[in-house]
Design a protein around this ligand. Structure first.
Ligand code: ATP
Ligand code: MG
Length: 643
């Protein structure tokens, strides 16, 4: 029986309507939880999907205010756990308790009104703000007293800066000032997901539940989000497969392991160290117990038949029967991805782009691109989303013809192209075995299964319909498809989305072991840094080589210089403020200068806020958003300079 009682707080008159993000207020009568100060309590949860147990007698107390990373292999039930917490899955046993009055929000899967301007969509995530605005604007026919109360409350909840705060989040997530008034329907699917994420971050809440929030972001905006989540004082429960992200943000890790929920203090790396220590101690304990049992058993075997020793033998038999030896911790799957090596040999120069202009119809995305991909190179395409990285990837893979210019491919060249959009092209009714079987017609069923197993799709999963596979399982099927034809070059557009930590490491190893050329687009800093040694920045309609390191690029981004990256790119990272490399003295000077700039900027921000509480026009909003953006840049620069 699930003891979840939904309590809509009727006494808070302004908080009763319009939640853009899904929100819940639940009540429970569970005194232990108060003592523990936990936000969510899961007691003895058992849940099965089909014949498979996802959770078995799992217990977990999530501390209020924690920044908690939820991790576990693809398909272990992380997304399902979120649905269970929101009461959307019928569980087979156990209880879920949510702190009374606490508001949990998560990214809404669907948008209700595509006609809303972007900024309005975001502010509507705050139902109280919207209701108060209606009262103040006279839309509710409220009494003078109610309007006066509403004005007081409006000031208290920072209603006057709501639009500026919303704009700040939108800009951080990569939207431009010109986007604020655009209707939602004018944005592509990926940008609509970003808008929903922005609404969730804006919504007043006690706990944010985020399921792989960086999946639709680029490296640049992922870094902004990392900073935002680190600074927010809201509790966070976040599913993520990105080590860097988990390390920078989280102070707790929940790991789903063997159908149980384990809570660790600290970030991802601390969790790995703790888990290793615990596992070593457990294995030692198990080995000691096994030795003790063997010792007693050998006594019984040797002296059991002797009348003089019968009594001692009997007591040992009883002790052996009573002995409880814990189960050995399960060994990680040691997952391996391996790409088929390129065959047959072709010219070293695989693809050459000369003075290429690319785009869609009237819309020109890239101009004068000159690029040569040679055999064995591992190339990364950097640059914010929307700048044309995917367009360039499509031109390189031959999926998009250039508007002008010349594309030359080596004779008999085979290129594979991976993009997340391909997941939508998979036949949802087919199983992975059927999908691969259809593409690789010469494969026997055993070969198909062996091929899928190379990508971590076990026999049990290979017979599941694609629509029932988790995000990571679908991504693995796509990788398996891409490797069938022994390509000479592999082009990956965000291949790590949904892949779990083991799979990402396996992908990195597979790319490094692959002899052909790789062109990689990813926001996963770890994957980029471990594979690529040649960088191009796609920005401002151009594709320019970047001779600095990835760390130089990170520093350049954090200093807010991303917009000028194409200009800086050619200069051997010369313009990148590699503060980390500077002498202590100059670093101190730099830090002091930054602190001064931050203080001035904060003063300016406070003055503007005061002004905006009297009247707030579009210009003030824009100025406010610009100040917030600059402030974040300066803070990032300070953090980066501070090592
Ligand atoms: N209707 C169904 N029939 C069979 N299996 C199902 C069904 N629905 C879900 N599953 C399985 O349940 C498991 C848990 O799915 P869930 O989406 O919670 O995984 P996850 O941990 O979020 O994975 P990922 O890291 O890939 O996002 C998966 O193995 C999935 O294939
Ligand atoms: Mg999931």
């Amino acid at each position: 029986m699930v003891k979840i009682i939904n309590r809509i707080n009727a006494t808070k008159i302004y908080r009763k309507t319009f939640f853009t993000a899904i929100s819940l207020q639940w009540h429970r009568s569970h005194t232990d939880a108060f003592a523990r100060n936990s936000m969510i309590d899961i007691e003895n949860l058992t849940y099965r999907v089909g014949a498979r147990l996802l959770f078995e007698d799992a217990t977990l107390h999530l501390p209020s205010g924690g920044k908690i990373g939820l991790i576990g292999p693809n398909g272990c039930g992380k997304t399902t756990l979120f649905r269970i917490i929101f009461g959307e899955e019928k569980i087979d046993g156990g209880e879920i308790f949510i702190k009374p009055g606490a508001k949990l929000v998560r990214v809404k899967q669907e948008i209700d009104d595509f006609e809303l301007p972007l900024i309005e969509f975001i502010v509507r995530a705050d139902a109280e703000f919207v209701q108060l605005r209606r009262i103040i604007d006279g839309a509710e026919n409220a009494s003078a007293e109610d309007v006066s109360h509403a004005c007081d409350r409006y000031a208290m909840i920072d209603g006057y800066s709501a639009e500026a705060r919303a704009a700040n989040i939108l800009i951080g997530l990569g939207f431009g000032n010109v986007d604020m008034g655009k209707k939602l329907r004018e944005f592509s699917g990926g940008w609509q997901v970003r808008a929903s994420l922005a609404a969730t971050l804006f919504a007043p809440s006690d706990c944010l539940l985020l399921d792989e929030p960086t999946n639709h972001l680029d490296l640049e905006t992922a870094m902004w989000l990392e900073n935002f989540l680190r600074k927010t004082d809201k509790m966070l429960l976040m599913i993520s497969h990105e080590k860097q992200f988990l390390n920078k943000i989280c102070n707790y890790i929940v790991s789903i392991s063997d159908r149980h929920l384990l809570l660790f203090r600290g970030n991802y790396d601390t969790h790995v160290a703790t888990r290793d220590r615990q596992e070593t101690a457990l294995v030692k304990n198990i080995e000691n117990l096994q030795k003790k049992r063997e010792h007693m058993q050998s006594f019984v075997d040797r002296f059991g038949a002797k009348a003089t020793k019968a009594k001692q033998a009997q007591s040992r038999i009883k002790a052996i029967e009573k002995m409880e030896i814990p189960k050995m911790p399960s060994v990680p799957s040691g997952m391996k991805i391996s790409f088929s090596q390129p065959r047959p040999r072709v010219d070293k120069k695989l693809i050459t782009l000369e003075n290429v202009t690319a785009g869609y119809g009237e819309k020109i995305v890239l101009k004068s691109v000159n690029l040569c991909v040679t055999f064995g190179e591992k190339i990364a395409l950097l640059g914010a989303n929307g700048n044309g990285k995917s367009t360039l990837a499509k031109v390189l893979s031959g999926r998009l013809a250039p508007i002008s210019g010349k594309v030359t491919a080596a004779k008999n060249l085979k290129i594979s192209y991976f993009s997340q959009q391909q997941a939508d092209e998979l036949n949802m009714e087919s199983t992975p075995t059927e999908t691969i079987g259809k593409i690789a017609r010469s494969f026997s069923e055993t070969q198909v299964r062996a091929h899928l197993a190379r990508f971590g799709i076990t026999q049990a999963r290979s017979g599941t319909q694609t629509k029932n596979l988790s995000g990571g399982e679908k991504a693995r099927v796509l990788l398996a498809i891409n490797s069938i034809f022994e390509p000479h070059a592999m082009i990956f557009d965000e291949p790590t989305n949904h892949l779990d930590i083991d799979a990402r490491e396996a992908l990195v190893a597979a790319i490094n072991a692959y002899e052909g050329a790789v062109v990689l687009i990813t926001h996963d800093f770890f994957a980029l840094s471990k594979t690529c040694d040649k960088f191009f920045i796609v920005s401002g309609g151009k594709c320019t080589p970047f001779d600095g390191t990835l760390e130089d690029y990170r520093a350049l981004l954090l200093s807010g210089g991303a917009e000028q990256t194409s200009a800086a790119a050619g200069a051997k990272g010369a313009k990148a403020p590699s503060a980390a490399k500077n002498e202590n003295k100059s670093r101190t000077r730099q830090l002091l200068a930054l602190e001064k700039m931050i203080a001035e900027m904060e003063k300016e921000k406070a003055n503007l806020e005061k002004k905006m509480s009297n009247s707030c026009d579009a210009d003030a909003c824009k100025l406010y958003a610009d100040i917030c953006k600059k402030l974040t840049q300066l803070e990032n620069e300070w953090l980066s300079a501070n090592g």
